[in-house]
Design a protein around this ligand. Structure first.
Ligand SMILES: Nc1ncnc2c1ncn2[C@@H]1O[C@H](COP(=O)(O)OP(=O)(O)OP(=O)(O)O)[C@@H](O)[C@H]1O
Ligand SMILES: [Mg+2]
Length: 405
């Protein structure tokens, strides 16, 4: 993707904290380790050579253990922390070159931030917490209240305007935090572990809420977490950080099934692949897929190369019709029947290609019939059966065992 088309682009970003960052950079370029740099100079390498592109309206997760550099990276994006080296672009604009005025305008208009500890003003009412940013922008009282009420309604807090933060539960306080970050309609949200301080159940609620909000508001989100489940649930893509470096960027599925190194592999080893893989990934059963216009003889030929007891048939637009049993095909081999069209078609269970594998097991049922997997437009994408499901899951396991050896 071109930089101009990205919501956020980082290029070779570095942050070295300490008495002499330049010396730290020098040592990095010589290949010295972070420990060596800290030991001999007192400089801490917070972020090392981070590059990525976030697409507009994408939820991009940065995940890593405590101290891996996530917050430093996030803060560098709007230069709340000055990067030591590298380039940052938001919507194609070079943030690295901006002067103080341009930066303030950028933060006011383009970005909204949400923090782990909510950071609400305790002595301000909920509505005035949300309206705060508009207030410093000089928006009239009437207008900022109108916008703030609207945003409180969006996050499900209508009626709570005149309460104080301390009257609200943690989850509600963070809804206020979200409303405050959203009220000036920024295109980019920067969220630093926004749900980490919440109880697990509330946290799940808030994750659902965020996905729901995203459907309606279509923001670009750079979302930090140290929780892999949260990352997998929310992220369109996930960047994994380890000791200041980004070690892998990929979709949940790529991260779980193709971990780039031992570090990522150890992270994902306990993840249930049945939750990550979808019907499309396991639609590899040996059951032949044919058009009803195909000939009986070619159907028989394909069948005889497999153990399948049926073929799955479609119309000539690849739309699913059902299955035809092998004994019917065989019985019609030599009686002059040309195509599969006159043969009886039996109903076959069909599932969307996006369904998780976890949901498919119960559908297989006891009769060992396969499942037809269809795309969003109803076209046949593949066939899944018990062995293709199990194979899909086992393959991942094997790869992972190899990776962690
Ligand atoms: N102002 C600072 N001065 C010196 N070192 C710092 C400073 N801020 C962060 N660091 C160091 O930079 C590294 C990355 O810190 P950072 O806060 O970005 O990690 P994190 O991934 O956000 O961790 P957490 O999950 O605990 O929030 C750590 O080693 C940290 O000690
Ligand atoms: Mg942090």
């Amino acid at each position: 993707m071109e930089i101009e088309d990205c919501a956020i682009s980082l290029r070779n970003l570095y942050k070295v904290f300490g008495p002499d960052p330049a010396e730290g950079m020098e040592m990095i370029s010589r290949g010295d380790t972070k420990d060596e740099i800290l030991e001999s100079t007192g400089n801490t390498v917070g972020v090392q050579d981070a590059s990525f592109d976030v697409e507009p309206q994408e939820i991009f997760i940065v995940m890593g253990l405590s101290g891996s550099g996530k917050s430093t990276l996030l803060r560098c994006v709007i230069r709340l922390i000055e990067p030591t080296d590298g380039q940052i672009y938001l919507d194609g604009d070079n943030v690295t070159d901006m002067d103080g005025g341009q930066l303030r305008q950028l933060r006011r208009e383009k970005t909204g931030m949400v923090f782990q500890q909510f950071a609400l003003f305790p002595h301000r009412k909920v509505i005035d917490n949300v309206a705060y940013g508009l207030e410093i922008q000089g928006v009239s009282r009437q207008e900022r209240y109108r916008l703030s009420e609207e945003m409180l309604d969006t996050v499900g807090l209508s009626g709570w305007e005149d309460y104080y933060p301390s009257n609200l539960s943690g989850g509600m306080q963070q809804r206020v935090g979200l409303a405050r970050a959203l009220v000036h309609d920024p295109s980019i949200m920067l969220l630093d572990e926004p749900f980490s301080a919440l109880d697990p159940l509330i946290r799940r609620d808030m994750q659902r809420e965020l996905l729901d909000l995203q459907k309606r508001l279509n923001k670009t989100m750079l979302f930090i977490t140290h929780d892999l489940d949260e990352a997998l649930r929310l992220g369109d893509r996930i960047a994994i950080m380890n000791e200041g470096e980004i070690v892998q960027i990929g979709t949940a599925k790529q991260i779980v099934t193709e971990p780039a190194d031992d570090y990522v592999a150890s992270f994902v080893q306990d993840i249930d692949r049945a939750k990550i893989l979808t019907a499309r990934d396991v639609a590899t059963a040996e059951v032949p897929m044919l058009s009803q216009q195909d000939s009986v003889s070619s159907a028989w030929q394909k069948l005889s190369q497999t153990d399948a007891f049926c073929v799955v048939v479609t119309d000539d637009q690849r739309r699913l019709l059902g299955m035809v049993y092998s004994h019917d095909i065989r019985a019609n081999m030599d009686n002059g029947t040309v195509s599969l069209e006159p043969l009886p078609v039996h109903e076959i269970e069909s599932v969307s290609s996006e369904r998780s594998v976890e949901d498919l097991f119960p559908l297989l049922g006891a009769n060992s019939h396969p499942l037809a997997v269809t795309d969003s437009d109803g076209r046949l994408a593949g066939v899944a059966d018990a062995s293709s499901l199990v194979n899909g899951l086992v393959k991942g396991e094997e790869r992972q065992t190899v990776a962690s050896q």
